[in-house]
Design a protein around this ligand. Sequence first.
Ligand SMILES: Nc1nc2c(ncn2[C@@H]2O[C@H](COP(=O)(O)O[C@H]3[C@@H](O)[C@H](n4cnc5c(=O)[nH]c(N)nc54)O[C@@H]3COP(=O)(O)O)[C@@H](O)[C@H]2O)c(=O)[nH]1
Length: 731
Amino acid sequence: MNARLVDLELQVRAMAPSRAAAAEQLAFLELGPDEIALLRQVHAPLQARQQAIVTAFYEHLQTVPALRAMLADPQVYARLQSAQAEYFRALTAGDYGADYVLHRVRVGVVHQQIGLEPQWYIGAYRKYLSALAPLLQALLADRPELYLPTYDALLKVVCFDMSLALDTYMQSGRRELRDSEERFRAAFGQAAVGLAELSVEGRWLRANRKLQEIVGYSEAELQALNFRDITPDHEWRADEEAVARLVAGEMDHYSREKRYRRKDGHIVWVKVTVALMHAGTRDASVVAVVEDIARRKQYEEELRHLASHDPLTGLANRNLMLDRLSQAIAFAHRAGRHVAVMFIDLDRFKNINDSLGHDAGDQVIIEVGRRLARNIREGDTVARVGGDEFVVLLSDVARDDEVAALAAKMLAALSLPIIVHGQELAPVGSIGISLYPRDGADSRDLLRNADAAMYRAKELGRGNFQFYAEEMNARTLDRLKLEGGLRRALQRDEFELYYQSQVELSSGRIVGMEALLRWNPPGGAVVLPGDFIPIAEETGLIVPIGEWVLRQACAQQVAWREAGLRDVRVAVNLSARQFKQQDLARLVAQVLAETGCRPQSLELEITESVIMERPEQATAMLQTLSDMGVHLSIDDFGTGYSSLTYLKRFPIQTLKIDRSFVADLINDADDAAIVCAVIALAHTMGLSVIAEGVETEAQLDYLRAQHCDQLQGYYFSRPLPAAQVAALLAA
Ligand SMILES: Nc1nc2c(ncn2[C@@H]2O[C@H](COP(=O)(O)O[C@H]3[C@@H](O)[C@H](n4cnc5c(=O)[nH]c(N)nc54)O[C@@H]3COP(=O)(O)O)[C@@H](O)[C@H]2O)c(=O)[nH]1
């Protein structure tokens, strides 16, 4: 027997009345041995008519559309007909014991399971009785006095059958209800979402396990509470209004996201979907499906945070800063207050990135962000708006001096040492400040003007703060114009090299020419490198410009030589960015090859500060250049902090004393001492020394007395165009 049949049989046995109950029922129906005997008498002749009766019975069933559909399957039809034949056989067989009872109950269960409604069942009994009445009458025609008792006996058996069948239906109904309640209880209890039933006044009536987990209260604890007790900040008003609309029939359910306060005090986000049960009755209650959406809310919050914050520092990003600035302006406008915008740019941050790597740069940025944030009040904002650029918004400011004091405090905080990768760094920042409403009516103007003030702070030597002033915009515009002009200068051939002679003290002969760049913009005066090299350096334009200088200077050296003039060395200045170019050595080799200039006729001047920025890398680069035979000198010597250890290792030939020391040599004992020390040091290390900026005979005499090797300065010659230099060399 398969599992379904076993289950069926178990159900049948469970539903069948006990022997005693069946006997009691038969007694109540007054079906005794006499009646049974009467039925047995007609049993055999009735069996002969069985087929006709069963067929007629089924034809009758087919007249009902619902039953016809149920009997459409031929297999089902054949099985039911065979079961019906057996039913018919047992009806008058006279044995109404346990097997009979089980058979009748089984038929009832099967019919109930296939969905046959009881009304068709009772109609079927009526059909049997109607069909059998004339038959019995015919069979008992010769003994008509037996017809009524026999029919009455048959009626009792059919009533017995009917009671068994109806009992089966009722029991099945009860069982289904019980099963469904159990299923509901299990589903309610184990559901993966929170489920609760509440009174329309908001008292908790039932709460499943998941809901108890979400709110941290047991069901019993909840039953002593109203939902308002665990809903924060009067959020419950919205729930109450919605439930009132449910009760009024204005909607059949509602969903909303809300918060509960857990038993442990934490707030948890949930989505509740609420419907009314038993609407319109005194038993009306509210069913709530409660989903824990804390995760989703957290993701949403994270996404919101990501869209408005800088991922490295966690500070506000530009978007959030602009938003807060607009709000602050609106507030200040209403309240007649001021807003301050501070634009902060780290000075030489690129050097940290280049020399210690991006990881170190990141650490510095994070620490700078922390330091700025530590110095502001609640309600103010620190935002990171670029690589090393920050904006601080002071949303409610009364006076300038308040802002100035804070800017000074921030600069001091910034410059405290940071240890990164074992190196001590002291970040320096330049701060530009604009104030609403004085320096701009909207965010755009305030930021632009704070930026201009920041550039001014940089121009004034970095590490300071500047308030915006009208003329700064003009300066910014000039700077932009200059940058635009520089970009076009190369193509338009607006650059020119001037040369300044370097004189050997012992012989008085010109031994070198320093190439000094000049820019002749169309229609304008000559621009000196001090006014455009820093911008070229910042914008990267220095790389192509520097390449042009190198090529031009080498070509000029060859031209002078080939013109039969003195074979002097040409000195070219290398900027910081050029010196850090990976392919500098390759470029120098290529230019030497292209122009025919000999390596020993080229001198490269690199400033002390550029070399000392990354001495290890500088040593390698200097070595490569030196191996090529190029002459190397350290420019502006004395202005940086050269380590003697490194100095010894650098493959250089010359130290060039900065002209600032030479300028006051005669009047300033300190400068004189420095010059003497540099000359002595260079000679000890086997290097030659050149002093630049020599303007007077007194300076010349002093340097001669100190055995300086070479001199350069206006005393001998100002920087001159190449053509005039040719005359000088010829002379
Ligand atoms: N990367 C590059 N830098 C360059 C290039 N050309 C020039 N420069 C650097 O610009 C700075 C300013 O140069 P410049 O205005 O040309 O000034 C030079 C001389 O004119 C000046 N000088 C020389 N003698 C005297 C003097 O007796 N008195 C006095 N007041 N000034 C004098 O000194 C400048 C040369 O300096 P240095 O290079 O240190 O020898 C300057 O730093 C240039 O290096 C270029 O092509 N690329």
